[in-house]
Design a protein around this ligand. Sequence first.
Ligand code: CO
Length: 132
Amino acid sequence: MVKPNAQVAHIGIAVANLDEALAFYRDILGLDPSPPETADGATIVSLHLGDLEVELMQPAVEDSPISKFLEKRGPGIHHICYRVADLPAALEECRRRGYRLIDEEPRPGAGGRMVAFVHPKATGGILLELTE
Ligand code: CO
């Protein structure tokens, strides 16, 4: 079994317009965003709140997962990322227990971290990202 030391690493939020979305974090919370980066067809900026990050994601290209999400569900929480001690072991445990994976193997995600996504059908309707 995966050791129960998982933490929330970040929350991914789909936005139509990064500048508009960032205004709240800047003006109300006083946070500065990280420089934008591109991953999975999205432009992503991260905001650090202690050990937790908020990832704001705006579509960078048409037909990206994030643009489809926005079309279908509108802006809002897109995924939650949990940090686990051993990502390959967690994926192996998912497979063993029949959880549907989007990524069978760890792959590079935003911020250069190795990540893998678990299908929302497996996790109560929330897209989950796992990282170390
Ligand atoms: Co993420």
